[in-house]
Design a binder for this molecule. Structure first.
Ligand code: FES
Length: 174
């Protein structure tokens, strides 16, 4: 797993290194650079922050400060099954925050984070346009309306069973 992570880290760093050459070394390019990294890699890895700071000759604190100010940036890789919990007004009134809390507790991560096995990530989103189904959660591409804590359990359990089946199938074919 460590080797896998190191290889991935190196590939991301190489990619960012070559893309940074297209940006001038001026502070005004900080946001476009962060946007480029997020667009290419779906998140801004902490190790990339140092590289950006070095390129612009500013402190890593400054890069973090700007990146965390805008909530468009994420600092964890998206999970294989990204979970979005709507906290728009209608969903909030119907207990969207309880749904979010349930996902967080079940997966033992906080909103904005990814499980260590990279299976799940959780984020809160604003109204997704189906308020009549509040509270709403989106798991991967599937919209789940009228969410309840028992549905949270069911969704996670469903994925775990699927994964177990796949594992068995794979082991059986080895
Ligand atoms: S507020 Fe959640 S779908 Fe509109």
């Amino acid at each position: 797993m460590d080797d896998e992570f190191n290889a991935e880290k190196e590939a991301i760093l190489d990619d960012i290194r070559s893309r940074l050459k297209k940006f001038e070394k001026k502070r005004g390019d900080l946001i476009p650079i962060l946007q480029m990294i997020q667009e290419k890699h779906a998140y801004i890895p902490p190790f990339a922050i140092k590289m950006v700071a070095r390129h612009l000759d500013i402190s890593t604190c400054e890069v973090y400060g700007v990146a965390t100010f805008y909530n468009q940036f994420r600092f964890h890789p998206p999970g294989k099954h990204p979970i979005k919990v709507c906290l728009g007004t209608a969903c909030h009134i119907k207990g969207g925050d309880i749904i979010l809390e349930n996902f967080e507790r079940k997966l033992e991560i906080s909103e904005g984070e990814t499980t260590p096995d990279r299976e799940f990530s959780i984020e809160r989103v604003a109204c997704v346009g189906c308020c009549a189904l509040a509270p709403v959660g989106i798991v991967g591409e599937t919209v789940h309306g009228r969410m309840a804590p028992s549905k949270v359990e069911g969704i996670i359990l469903g994925f775990k069973i699927e994964k177990e089946k796949e594992k068995r199938k794979k082991n059986g074919s080895d």
